[in-house]
Write a protein that binds this ligand. Structure first.
Ligand code: HPA
Length: 244
């Protein structure tokens, strides 16, 4: 049987689950806390993990991505739905849009990217032709249709190291390379899930126009305030997806 997990990003640090239990999972990379419980009307028990911690204490470049994905695998998770706040570089994706991510461009700098470090752990060159999983994406699409929630797709996500926002010059360069959305967390999360054969999809939430496109400096407060507006819809969409 498939087991589902939600990795909640910025704005989705807490999720109300029924009959929930907290669990601590030991991994070779450190300890991870998760919640196990039922979401909405669903009878299925899902795993909920808050990427940045419940109080948003862990910045994107310090998230223990390997421990998180290892822990989900250890709990028998086969399908992961992740949420991510993003800025938009493209006229196609507007403030408030929910978007399925299709490809990524990786501009991270200091993050362990693999479980396969050579030696006893071996060497793996994982295929990234289709980084994001189409079967979870199909469930999200069907859930969105059922709820009448607008959902866009086909986006290329540029992953930056953070925690700073980008310069307008960087954003211009990313546009030239074909980037649509910019965020700080999808890599290496999606890569590590793929290495363990887990099906992983991201719902990106456009919280702002990227630096230099917006006519004002970016702040984390702007991202949070947009997230607040979208939070309920995203929670509904996640709930419906998990019932598919
Ligand atoms: N840049 C990087 N990460 C982000 C942004 C952004 O503009 N918005 C939300 N997360």
């Amino acid at each position: 049987m498939s087991r589902l997990a939600l990795i909640g990003g910025t704005g989705l640090e807490n999720l109300s689950l029924q009959d929930y239990d907290q669990e601590t999972v030991q991994t070779p990379y450190g300890e991870v806390q998760v919640d196990l419980g039922r979401i909405g009307e669903s009878k299925k028990t899902i795993v909920f993990m808050s990427r940045h911690g419940k109080t948003h204490a862990t910045p994107p470049h310090l998230v223990n991505y390997r421990a998180n994905i290892w822990a989900l695998n250890e709990l028998g998770v086969t399908q992961i739905l992740a949420t991510a706040a993003v800025g938009s570089l493209s006229t196609r994706y507007k403030l408030g849009d929910l978007v399925l991510v299709e490809q990524f461009l990786d501009f991270t700098k200091s993050r362990p990217q693999t479980f396969y470090e050579g030696g006893d752990s071996g060497v793996l060159h994982v295929d990234m032709t289709e980084p994001y999983c189409h079967s979870v994406q199909d469930d999200i699409r069907r859930a969105a249709d059922k709820l009448g929630v607008a959902l866009k797709d086909g986006a290329t996500y540029v992953c930056t190291e953070g925690p700073r926002f980008e310069t307008p010059a960087e954003i211009k360069a990313y546009q030239m390379l074909g980037g649509d959305l910019v965020g700080m967390t999808s890599v290496p999360e999606v890569v590590l899930a793929k290495e363990l054969g887990m099906c992983y999809a991201t719902i990106a939430m456009v919280t702002n126009e990227a630096a230099g496109i917006a006519d004002h400096p970016l702040t984390h407060a702007e991202v949070l305030s947009s997230m607040k507006m979208m939070g309920k819809t995203v929670a509904m969409l996640v709930e419906e997806t998990f019932q598919m």
